[in-house]
Design a protein. Structure first.
Length: 140
């Protein structure tokens, strides 16, 4: 009887270790360690239409560093009167986990603090999936 109780307890413990919606069922590595690396965007998905977009999003990068700092690079096509040119929007800011499943990024723009909050869907050594109200971002 004790063995059955112990087995049920172990199974319950393993399945309760899942942190996020699309996470693997078991991970011993803390989320603060998993997120600290340079991530490259694979694609974005519109949550309302289900449509995936790849370019130019595949050029987006974000790096979470020790402490609470991050930097990102987001290329955008700038249209001028007769020319178009790629510009890279670079941001340096701070990151923090909010509760169990939220990630908040903050940075300064023209002396104003900007806050962006995402829900984490998946966080492993190889994948980071975050989403806001209408878009899901897939990083590797």
């Amino acid at each position: 009887m004790k063995k059955i109780f112990f087995f049920i307890f172990v199974i319950f413990f393993i399945f309760s270790c899942k942190r996020y919606e699309d996470d693997p069922y078991f991970s011993l590595i803390p989320k603060k360690i998993l997120i600290k690396k340079k991530w490259n965007m694979e694609f974005v998905e519109n949550l309302k239409t289900g449509k995936r977009s790849y370019f130019p999003y595949t050029k987006w990068k974000i790096e979470f560093k020790d402490g609470d700092k991050y930097n990102s690079e987001e290329p955008f096509l700038q249209l001028n009167d007769s020319l178009s040119d790629w510009i890279i929007l670079k941001r340096n800011g701070r990151w923090v986990f909010v509760g169990e499943t939220k990630l908040q990024l903050s940075y300064k723009k023209d002396e104003t603090n900007i806050y962006i909050r995402y829900e984490i869907s998946r966080l492993t050594r190889k994948e980071l999936w975050i989403k806001n109200d209408d878009t899901k971002f897939f990083y590797k």
